[in-house]
Design a protein around this ligand. Sequence first.
Ligand code: PLP
Length: 394
Amino acid sequence: MSESMIEKEAKYFFHTFHRLPLEIDRGEGVYLYSKDGKRYIDFFGGLAVNALGYNHPGINAAIEKQIHRYIHLSNYFVQDAQVELAERIIAASGFKRLFFSNSGTEAVEGAIKLARKWGQKSGKTRLLNMSNSFHGRTMGALSLTDRPKYREGYDPFLQNTETVQFNDISDLRAKTNEQTLGVILEFIQGEGGINVVKKEFANELTVLQQKYGFLVIADEIQTGVGRTGTFFAFEHMDVHPDIVVIAKAIGGGLPLGAILGNERVADVFSYGEHGTTFGGNPVACAAGCAVMEEIIQKGLMKQAGVIGASIKSKALEMQKEFPRIIKEVRGLGCMLGIEIDRDGQPIVDELRNRGLLINCTNTTVLRLLPPYIITQELCDQLMGELRSILKSLK
Ligand SMILES: *Cc1c(COP(=O)(O)O)cnc(C)c1O
């Protein structure tokens, strides 16, 4: 008997990923089709990457056009797809300069370097992160989380970092001072369970940023590129990050990230002081231009906010119906978490049996990261199935 794809995977790969017991043949819009002919509605969209769904004609056309010109040139050359995407991102974000990376964690590493270099002059050295954060899997990014799940076994980490309790204003006050180089945070924590920064905490962060002059570094890798109805999640709050990192949705499914900086950091790097071989790949940037066209010019970003708000209000209604099981509904736009009183995995599995894909993070948080093109009807279908599952648990 020949080995199945799943058996081969377990044999050939380091055992880092728990893969789903599903073999996908193709995707179309919000749907995934498995090789055994079943159709699934995808409510986690490549973990916040596939913001426009699968097989998007605009993305495909942009990729197709670029691959016939060149797939790679090296960053010795000015590349028009990169320049066009930079122009679009700068216009949408109001930041001064950017640098393209291949991934989220690489953008975080670049942001750490940018901050460290910026701090050389002023003698600021200490980087603060939030409890329960996630910034990626490289050593620098791991130095900026407190979660044993990601860190265990990988020490020693970067020096001069410290964790502030998420949303704890007095802890933030106690740990910031003249030595503080920067504070990195997700304004909505993704892997940590869809935890939103409180207004008062955001306000205090801004007060302390002005008082001590440190950098605020926003990790918008999961939240950014329109997911919450605005280009960045931090726009829902009164904050002024100096550095922002994005990735996930920006490449339309191709690997792409970026570090954005305001005028405070715009001239910190000079020639040769940071670099990358693949970062800003022209095919990925061409796809990125198509993503920007859809979300900004064609209004999909606003739509993400509207449809997300509608899902959230349905989830809040459901919480009234199942107050014992549903503890809290959190998030903004197409980034929502439903915290339940138990392990969410059996619910995720049952939804999958019924043709709906969602994700569970931090054990008890059902996470929805639907593509922005999700429809009301499909959201109602998800809520209907979820209600029926919760009823059977009661
Ligand atoms: C996914 C993610 C990262 C890491 O991105 P990779 O592309 O996997 O390296 C970092 N920060 C946040 C908030 C993320 O969601």
